[in-house]
Design a protein around this ligand. Structure first.
Ligand code: ADP
Ligand code: MG
Ligand code: ZN
Length: 491
C-alpha cells in the first residue's frame, strides 16, 4: 500500500494552426523559416503598433471548449502579463488567463482499467514568445522572433489526475481531440503541444493538497510518465525524511532522468496583470462578430463517439475500436475501405464480418509496415479500393491468407492492385480438386515411410505430408482441399 496519494494538475500549451499569427498578419506556418524572417512591426513589439485579434483563433478556442463540455464566457478580455525577457520584445505577453474565454468542462480518462473524471479549470488564449538560440561554444545567445505572437491556447486542469499513466493518457486523448478538431498538429516532439505538470503528494486520506512542484520541459508522452514518476519518488523521499517539499519550478532533464530546480516561488515574478487597452473585450450574443451556434455546428464526431459507433456498427472489440479511432486518419482510412465494399450495405452481419477483417489487416499488417517504414497512414501507397479488393480475394478463396500477406507486402511497396500482383506472380490459389489430387498422389508415392507412420497412428506424419503438398504448390493450394483430399487418399 502506498502511503501517499499522487495529485497532478496539467497546464497544456497548444499551438493553433491558424493561417496568420495571433495579433498580426504574419504567416503562422513559417515559424521554422530563416530566423526573424517571419516578423512585422506588431510581433516585433515596435512602439505604437496596434494588435488585431485573430478571429479564427478565438473560434477554435471555443470549439475546443465545446468539445470538452466547457462554458463559453459571455464576456472576457485580453490582458497584459508583464515581464522582461529577451524573447519578448514588448516586455509583456498578451494573454487571457484571469478572465478566460472558456471555463470548466472535463475529460474522462481510462488508465489501468479505472475511469477518472478530469475537470478542466479553464482554457485561455495567448500569444507565444520568440525563441532563444544558444550557439555552442559562443559567449552570446541569439533571438529568433519567428514564433513571437503565434497563437497559443492553454488548457488548465484541476488537480484531478492521480498517476503518471493517467496524465499521459489525458495528454494522448487531448491530442487526438485537437487533431479531430483540426486546430493543431499537437505534436509534442515538435513543440506544438507542450505541458507543465504540477505534482504534489498527500498522505492517503488527507483532504488538503500538499505543496506542489511544477515540472517543465516535457517533450514527449514518454517524458510525461518518466518526469512524473521521478518527481513522485523525489517527493516521497523528502516527506519520508520528515522534510517539506519546496514549492518551485523544476525542469525535466531527459538525459539525466531527473528534474532539476529552475526557480522557486519566493523569487517568482509579479506580473502586474491588467486589461489590454489596445484590444476590445470579447462579448457573446447580439452584435458579436463570433457566431457561437455556427461554431457548435462545426463540432465533428469526436474520438470516443466514433469508437462507440465502431463498437456497435462494426462489432469491433473495444481495444481495436479505440486504437483505430485514436487517430483520425486511421479511422477515416478504415471507413473508406469499407465504403469500397458495396456488398455490406444493408447487411449488418456481413458488415461486421468484413469490418473485423479490415480492422485486423489494418492493425496488424498495415500499421506494422508503416511503423517499420516510419511513415504515416496518409502516405501509404495502398489505396482504399485495393485494400478492400485484397479482403475480397481472400474471402472468395482466390488466395490463401499466407499468400495474401505476400501480396500485401508487395502492395505496400509498389502500390499495385492485388489483382495485378496475383496475376503477374501467378499466385492464384489452386482450388482445382483434380490438380490437387494429382499432387497428393505424387507426394504419397514418394513418402512411403510417412504414409505408413500415419496409418500406424502418428498424427505428425499427416502434417508432414500436407507440408509437402503445400511446398510443391508454392503455398498456393487451398489448404482445406489439400486436407480433405489427402485424408481421403490415406483412408
Ligand atoms: P499558478 O497560478 O500558480 O500556476 P494554479 O492555481 O493556476 O497555480 O494551478 C496551476 C496548475 O497546478 C493547475 O493545473 C492545478 O490543477 C495544479 N495544482 C494546483 N495545486 C496543486 C497541488 N497541490 N498539487 C498538484 N497540482 C496542483
Ligand atoms: Mg500556472
Ligand atoms: Zn507579425
Amino acid at each position: 500500500m502506498n502511503k501517499y496519494e499522487v495529485v497532478i494538475g496539467l497546464e497544456v500549451h497548444v499551438q493553433l494552426k491558424t493561417v496568420s499569427k495571433m495579433f498580426c498578419g504574419c504567416d503562422n506556418k513559417s515559424v521554422n523559416a530563416e530566423p526573424n524572417m517571419n516578423v512585422c512591426p506588431v510581433c516585433l513589439g515596435m512602439p505604437g503598433m496596434l494588435p488585431v485579434a485573430n478571429k479564427k483563433a478565438i473560434e477554435w478556442t471555443y470549439l475546443l471548449g465545446m468539445a470538452l463540455g466547457g462554458e463559453i464566457s459571455d464576456y472576457w478580455n485580453f490582458e497584459r502579463k508583464n515581464y522582461f525577457y529577451p524573447d519578448l520584445p514588448k516586455a509583456y505577453q498578451i494573454t487571457s488567463a484571469t478572465n478566460p474565454p472558456v471555463i470548466g468542462g472535463g475529460l474522462t480518462v481510462v488508465a489501468d482499467g479505472t475511469e477518472r473524471q478530469v475537470r478542466i479549470h479553464h482554457i485561455h488564449l495567448e500569444e507565444d514568445a520568440g525563441k532563444l538560440v544558444h550557439p555552442s561554444g559562443k559567449q552570446y545567445s541569439l533571438v529568433d522572433l519567428n514564433r513571437a505572437g503565434t497563437p497559443l491556447m492553454e488548457i488548465v486542469t484541476e488537480p484531478d489526475l492521480r498517476s503518471a499513466s493517467e496524465a499521459r493518457i489525458f495528454m494522448q486523448d487531448l491530442q487526438s481531440i485537437l487533431r479531430y478538431l483540426g486546430i493543431s498538429d499537437a505534436n509534442l516532439e515538435q513543440g506544438n503541444m507542450r505541458c507543465d505538470a504540477n505534482i504534489s503528494l498527500r498522505p492517503v486520506g488527507q483532504k488538503e493538497y500538499g505543496t506542489r512542484a511544477e515540472i517543465k520541459n516535457i517533450n514527449s508522452f514518454k517524458m510525461v510518465e518518466r518526469a512524473i514518476n521521478y518527481e513522485v519518488e523525489r517527493q516521497t523521499e523528502i516527506l519520508d525524511a520528515g522534510e517539506k517539499v519546496k514549492q518551485e519550478t523544476r525542469g525535466w532533464d531527459d538525459n539525466k532522468g531527473k528534474t532539476l530546480p529552475q526557480r522557486s516561488k519566493e523569487e517568482a515574478n509579479d506580473y502586474r496583470y491588467f486589461p489590454e487597452p489596445d484590444l476590445p473585450p470579447v462579448k457573446q450574443g447580439g452584435g458579436s462578430i463570433i457566431d457561437i451556434e455556427a461554431i457548435g455546428s462545426m463540432l465533428p464526431e469526436l474520438p470516443k463517439e466514433k469508437a462507440s459507433r465502431f463498437l456497435s456498427d462494426y462489432g469491433l472489440s473495444t481495444i481495436d475500436a479505440e486504437t483505430i479511432t485514436s487517430d483520425l486518419e486511421t479511422a477515416r482510412y478504415f471507413e473508406q475501405v469499407l465504403e469500397e465494399m458495396p456488398e455490406i450495405a444493408g447487411n449488418s452481419e456481413l458488415a461486421k464480418t468484413k469490418a473485423k477483417k479490415v480492422s485486423n489487416w489494418l492493425l496488424s499488417e498495415l500499421i506494422a509496415k508503416l511503423n517499420e517504414a516510419s511513415t504515416g497512414i496518409s502516405d501509404t501507397k495502398i489505396n482504399h479500393k485495393d485494400f478492400a479488393a485484397l479482403i475480397t480475394l481472400i474471402d472468395s478463396g482466390d488466395i490463401s491468407g499466407k499468400i495474401a500477406k505476400e501480396v500485401f507486402a508487395e502492395m505496400f511497396e509498389s502500390g499495385q492492385s492485388p489483382e495485378a500482383i496475383v496475376k503477374e506472380k501467378g499466385l492464384v490459389q489452386i482450388s482445382d480438386t483434380g490438380a490437387i489430387a494429382k499432387i497428393v498422389e505424387e507426394v504419397v508415392a514418394v513418402n512411403e515411410k510417412s504414409v505408413s507412420d500415419f496409418r500406424e497412428g502418428k498424427q505428425q506424419a499427416f502434417g508432414y505430408l500436407i507440408g509437402q503438398v503445400m511446398a510443391k504448390t508454392r503455398g498456393q493450394a487451398n489448404p482445406k482441399l489439400v486436407n480433405e483430399i489427402l485424408r481421403e487418399k490415406l483412408k
